[in-house]
Design a protein around this ligand. Structure first.
Ligand SMILES: [Zn+2]
Length: 254
C-alpha cells in the first residue's frame, strides 16, 4: 500500500495551504436494475459517499426508476441520448459529435431529457455527461440555451464555466483500462488520483472526479473502489461532495 503515500502527502499539502481537497464520484452507463447496479448502490450506502449516476435515457427502464426510488441521495445525470456512436471509423467514438446537424443532436438530447424526467421526475439534474466523454465544441455554447446547467467530461477542465450559465466538473480517475477492459491497477489509479489532486491545488481548482462503470468493472476495480472510499472518506483533509452542490451555478443565470 506504499502507493497511497503520494495521496496522503498531497492531502497534507492541501492542509498546509489551509485548504480542503474536494472529490466526487461519477458512475456511468446506468440503464437497468442489474446485480451490478445493486452492488454499486450497496457500496454507496455502506461507504456513505455521495454518488452521481449517469443514465442513458433511450434505454433507461422503469425497473431502474423503481430501484433508484428506494435509494435516495443518488444524484442523477443525463448520459447523452442512446450511447450510439456516430463517428466514422477510425475516429474516436462520439454520440454528440459534429457528424450530424446540431439541431438534430440537440433535439435528441431534449427527447432524452424528457424521457428521464418521465421516469425519475425532478431528481434528474440538468447536467450532461457526453458518452465517451466527448462533445463537439460547437455544441457547448448552446447547452445553457436548451436548459443544461452542467457538463461533465474527462480530464482537467479548461474553465469552471466554459460558457455563461454552464458549470463544468469533470472526472479524472478512470478505474478501467478500455483497451483490455480490466481494472487499470492500484498503482495507476492512485497515481491518477494524486496527479489530479496536484493539478487542482496548483491550478485548475477543480473537484477531482473518480469515474466508475458498474457494468464493466472486474473484481480488482470493485476492490479498489471499496478500499478507496474506506480509506479517504475519513481523511480530515478532504471532502467528498455531492454533484448537486458541485453543479449549482455560481453565477447569475442569464
Ligand atoms: Zn458511457
Amino acid at each position: 500500500m506504499t502507493g497511497w503515500r503520494a495521496v496522503d502527502d498531497e492531502i497534507a499539502r492541501w492542509g498546509e495551504a489551509g485548504r480542503k481537497a474536494t472529490l466526487w464520484w461519477r458512475d456511468d452507463d446506468a440503464m437497468d436494475a442489474t446485480p451490478a447496479l445493486d452492488r454499486l448502490l450497496d457500496l454507496h450506502c455502506a461507504a456513505k459517499v455521495p454518488l452521481a449516476l449517469a443514465i442513458v435515457p433511450a434505454t433507461a427502464t422503469p425497473a431502474l426508476a423503481e430501484r433508484l426510488a428506494h435509494t435516495p441521495g443518488v444524484d442523477l445525470l443525463q448520459h447523452g441520448y442512446a450511447h450510439t456512436n456516430h463517428a466514422p471509423a477510425p475516429d474516436k467514438k462520439m454520440e454528440l459529435g459534429p457528424h450530424r446537424p446540431a439541431m438534430f443532436v440537440l433535439g435528441e438530447l431534449g427527447t432524452g431529457r424528457m424521457a428521464l424526467e418521465r421516469l425519475f421526475g425532478d431528481r434528474v439534474l440538468p447536467v450532461l455527461v457526453p458518452p465517451w466523454n466527448r462533445i463537439a465544441p460547437a455544441l457547448v455554447p448552446t447547452l445553457p440555451e436548451v436548459g443544461y446547467r452542467g457538463l461533465s467530461t474527462f480530464g482537467s477542465r479548461r474553465r469552471a464555466c466554459p460558457v455563461s450559465g454552464l458549470v463544468q466538473v469533470n472526472a479524472h480517475v478512470d478505474l478501467i483500462d478500455w483497451q483490455s477492459r480490466r481494472f487499470v491497477g492500484e498503482e495507476a489509479a492512485i497515481a491518477a488520483l494524486a496527479q489530479a489532486l496536484v493539478a487542482s491545488r496548483t491550478g485548475t481548482d477543480e473537484p477531482v472526479g473518480v469515474l466508475s462503470h458498474h457494468l464493466a468493472m472486474d473484481e480488482g476495480a470493485w476492490d479498489f473502489l471499496n478500499s478507496l472510499w474506506e480509506r479517504i472518506s475519513s481523511m480530515p483533509g478532504l471532502k467528498i461532495a455531492p454533484a448537486h452542490d458541485l453543479f449549482a451555478s455560481r453565477e447569475p443565470r442569464v
